[in-house]
Design a binder for this molecule. Structure first.
Ligand code: AMP
Length: 425
């Protein structure tokens, strides 16, 4: 029998050692930034009741219509692997009655999302997002803060080729007027629209505006701008956002066709686009969703958030600054069984002291062990043979200068800790 190898699921991927160092670097950079600005981490489950996403993201969106991983569990409950984090965080905020203690909350979360999209470069079926949300603040400063945070995150990661695209989607007062104006154009444009847009035309007309199909873009080129239909409150809100972004020196463009794929957005919507990614140019997106918490059964509560595409960000950062893996400070080459047992004990004690150590656990020649030390790029090698142990002295070899010295076996761990972590001067 010749069993076939089991491959991973299409659109899923492994993130291997060599890449994970970069992911950790990005994650640490994001976490430090969030904590500096007063955001707290929230961890939510990767599965929720299907109804949560159907009600929040919207029945007529691509995600809910065709991309969710939904199944009935053995008890018959309809469950979905989360396609995004915002709805889950809202559910948690409502369930734990967070508004009653303090309605103003700033959260971040980092983790996998699942959408059954057509896989291609930069688009996966399991992908990761770095997500931040502000609850309880209606003022435009929350919107500005989030766009500014994104800019700062990219700066700290040396990602320079990005622009924020911003738009306002209005509110329940002014959006219906815009939709009515749009409906007229849509009827004229209908013969030129793609099949998806023909469906969206009546059910989710705003989405036609950000369709990427060239025919649709051309047909919609003369569409009215939602910005001309904003009510006074929405207009003031939007101009505070754009004026303040300009003052803060955040590069942005007003993009009246930016709509975004989720139903729940109100007022400010934004996307960070980059030239570094080819077709999948959006590296982050977000917006305000002032009605969502209430529509999910919670209190009337303004909120806004963003999600960064972690996979796409990692791709950009990898291209500009590949990170080297951390080599061990010390490799222990042990010869013979007794020496190996002793070396193993030392290696655990050094590891506990925070000194990177590596050794081979099987019986190998000195030559093979030195080869391994070289492969790992170890800074120093400790050579421990039976005769060295008997003499009470082992050899420490510096791999760069090729010099070596003898170190007494007595209090060896203490001596090595001093060598590798010199006292601060
Ligand atoms: P969204 O949740 O759709 O607003 O997406 C926010 C960000 O997540 C996007 O700007 C992308 O960078 C990233 N993203 C969304 N879908 C995918 C996917 N299928 N694969 C990789 N990244 C994605």
């Amino acid at each position: 029998m010749n069993p076939t190898n089991i491959q991973l699921i299409r659109g899923f991927k492994d993130i291997l050692p060599g890449e994970t160092e970069l992911w950790q670097h990005i994650e640490r950079t994001a976490i430090t930034l969030f904590e500096d600005f007063g955001y707290r981490e929230i961890r939510i489950p990767i599965m929720e009741k299907t109804e949560l996403f159907a009600r929040s993201i919207g029945e007529d969106t691509d995600i809910v219509e065709k991309e969710m991983y939904t199944f009935a569990d053995r008890g018959g409950d309809l469950l979905t692997l989360r396609p995004e984090a915002t709805a889950c965080i809202c559910r948690s905020y409502i369930q734990h009655k967070m508004a009653a203690q303090d309605p103003v909350r700033k959260f971040y979360t980092i983790g996998p999302m699942f959408r059954r999209e057509r896989p291609q470069k930069g688009r996966y079926r399991q992908f990761y997002q770095i997500d931040a949300e502000i609850f309880g603040i209606a003022a435009p400063f929350a919107d500005i803060e989030l766009i500014f945070l994104l800019r700062t995150l990219f700066d700290r990661l040396n990602v320079t080729d990005t622009t924020a695209h911003v738009n306002s989607l209005g509110c329940p007062v002014c959006r219906p007027r815009f939709k009515a104006a749009l409906a007229q154009i849509l009827d004229q444009a209908a013969p030129h629209l793609c099949a998806d847009c023909l469906r969206r035309k009546d059910r989710n007309p705003l989405r036609v505006l950000d369709c990427k199909v060239p025919g649709c873009r051309k047909a919609m080129a003369g569409a009215p701008s939602i910005l001309d239909y904003l009510c006074d409150d929405c207009r003031t809100h939007f101009s505070t956002v754009t004026d303040t972004l300009a003052k803060l020196g955040v590069p942005f463009e007003i993009d009246k066709q930016l709509v975004r794929g989720l139903d729940y957005y109100t007022r400010t919507a934004f996307e960070i686009q980059t030239g570094a990614l080819g077709a999948q140019s959006a590296v982050a997106g977000g917006g305000r969703y002032d009605g969502l918490i209430e529509s999910l059964g919670g209190p009337a509560m303004p909120a806004i958030g963003f999600a960064v595409g972690f996979d796409r960000l990692a791709e950009i950062v990898a291209a500009t600054a590949p990170l080297a893996t951390r080599p061990p400070a010390l490799f222990i080459a042990a010869l013979g069984d007794t020496a190996r047992r002793q070396a193993f004990e030392w290696s655990t004690a050094l590891g506990v002291a925070g000194i990177g150590v590596s050794m081979l656990y099987e019986d190998r020649s000195l030559k093979a062990q030195m080869k391994q030390a070289n492969r790992l790029n170890a800074g120093q090698v400790l050579i421990v043979g039976e005769s060295e142990l008997a003499a009470g002295q082992v050899v420490l070899r510096d791999m760069a200068s090729k010099t070596q010295r003898e170190i007494p076996v007595t209090a060896l761990v203490k001596t090595l800790i001093e060598i590798f972590s010199p006292a601060p001067v």
